[in-house]
Design a protein around this ligand. Structure first.
Ligand code: ZN
Length: 315
């Protein structure tokens, strides 16, 4: 039966703390695939959250084929406390603990239910992200190479149809993969992509519009909505992407801007101690483009400074 509904899924963590997340569903009037959309896996990535809510408000069952299930804010405690990267209840990064553990800590139980009760019930998956409160970025999509060619090809197509200019990938052995939503989804047979738009704690209409354009285009491509999906022109795929870390905590002075092209061994930033002495020089490990940049000068031991994508090719 076609309908639009909102509900709260509620569970208890092992410490008995209640976990809840908002799920909005559109059951279409016509048959079609089930598409899952999650936003707010990181609670301060606002354009994705607001786009997910806007999509639900705009769609009607009459125009939808299949089912679209949207978790509008996955990490509610992080959203409500304006927490950066981690869930404040147990200090874990939700995007590092998938597929979760039903007997684990708060974030692990949350991941378990998001994964088993929502993501695995769909046929396709989109995870809406952006730079967190302390990150600026160039909008890009990421898909996971699970090793299953059919799934991976579909994931790449979904990433392409989101329409952003840049695409990167992750692999089972890469550091960035471990515990990620979209990576685990694709390894469980659900093609999908993670998309990064917006950042530094801003809710800007330009980023929301990019998400909305991408969401509608992918839903057309997957057959949930009428209309021809647009095949994006002039996209660049990066075969390599590397995080630059500081080994020491301190005050980070960047020497680059997000989107800059850098060369291998170029000095991209320095770290000073709290008396102004330079204690580290950060060098780019590859030739490439600065996709994500930490905008806060306060960095931890082994803290992320920037993500550089290299080996570009047109697709
Ligand atoms: Zn994120």
């Amino acid at each position: 039966m076609s309908c639009k509904k909102t509900e709260w899924l509620k569970f208890n963590a092992s410490d008995q703390e209640e976990i809840a997340f908002p799920l909005a569903t559109i059951e279409g009037a016509k048959p079609g695939p089930t598409v899952t959309i999650t936003a707010g896996i990181h609670g301060a990535e606002y354009p994705g959250i607001v786009s997910a809510i806007r999509l639900f408000k705009e769609l009607t069952p009459e125009t939808v084929a299949g089912k679209i299930q949207i978790v509008t804010i996955s990490s509610l405690k992080a959203f409500e406390s304006r927490s950066v990267f981690v869930c404040p209840v147990d200090g874990k990064n939700l995007n590092r603990v998938f597929p979760g553990d039903k007997d684990g800590s708060y974030t692990q139980v949350l991941a378990y239910h998001l994964f088993n009760d929502v993501i695995l019930k769909g046929n396709y998956y989109l995870d809406l992200h952006g730079g967190d409160m302390v990150e600026a970025l160039v909008p890009y999509a990421m898909y996971h190479k699970s090793g299953n060619d059919k799934i991976d090809q579909k994931s790449l197509e979904i990433a392409k149809y989101y329409g952003l200019k840049y695409i990167t990938s992750s692999q089972p052995d890469s550091k960035t993969k471990s515990g990620g939503t979209y990576a685990n989804a694709s390894e469980h047979g659900i093609p999908g992509a993670l998309v990064e738009v917006g950042g530094i704690g801003q809710l800007d209409e330009e980023s929301v519009n990019l998400h909305m354009k991408g969401l509608y285009n992918v839903l057309r491509y997957l057959g949930c909505l009428e209309g021809e999906p647009v095949i994006p022109a002039d996209q660049t795929f990066y075969d390599e992407s590397v995080w630059v870390y500081t080994s020491k905590k301190g005050i980070f002075h960047t020497k680059v801007s997000v989107g800059d092209e850098v060369s291998k061994s170029q000095c991209v930033g320095t770290i000073e101690d709290y008396f102004g002495n330079q204690i580290e020089e950060s060098l780019s490990p590859i030739n490439g483009k600065v996709m994500v940049l930490t905008t806060s000068p306060a960095v931890k031991d082994n803290g992320q400074l920037m993500k550089v994508a290299g080996k570009p090719r047109k697709i």
